[in-house]
Design a protein around this ligand. Structure first.
Ligand SMILES: [Zn+2]
Length: 121
């Protein structure tokens, strides 16, 4: 894959992730709405409260994984600028094109990705 094409993929992905992150952070921090909920739950249903807590945790989980993805995409854009994009960070060999097309922010070749995910004991 050409670097220009990779950059377009990564920039589009960064914009998408930024939007998702902003939407998720609006969901998890909306003070006006929270106050409204507290006022309206004068007769509290414990089950309802549990659901709200779960929703809040889900929002935070989404937010964290989006933030992590965003960091990967930004790191890939930096590697493009540095001229090291497309090479495995461990063995420095070129990463397979098909892999980069599927995961433009990939840092490692398939072999090293497996090692990173399952460290040798
Ligand atoms: Zn490698």
């Amino acid at each position: 894959m050409k670097n220009q094409q990779a950059r377009e993929h990564l920039v589009a992905e960064r914009d998408r992730l930024t939007e998702v992150r902003d939407a998720a952070s609006r969901l998890s921090t909306s003070p006006a709405e929270a106050t409204e909920r507290e006022l309206s739950s004068a007769d509290q249903h414990p089950a309802e409260q549990a659901t709200e807590t779960l929703e809040r945790e889900l929002d935070l989980g989404v937010l964290q994984s989006v933030e992590a993805e965003l960091l990967e995409v930004q790191a890939a854009l930096e590697r493009l600028d540095a001229g090291t994009y497309g090479n495995c960070e461990v063995c420095s060999k070129p990463i397979a094109e098909g892999r980069l097309e599927a995961m433009p922010a990939a840092r490692y070749c398939v072999e090293d990705q497996a090692k990173v995910e399952r460290p040798a004991r």
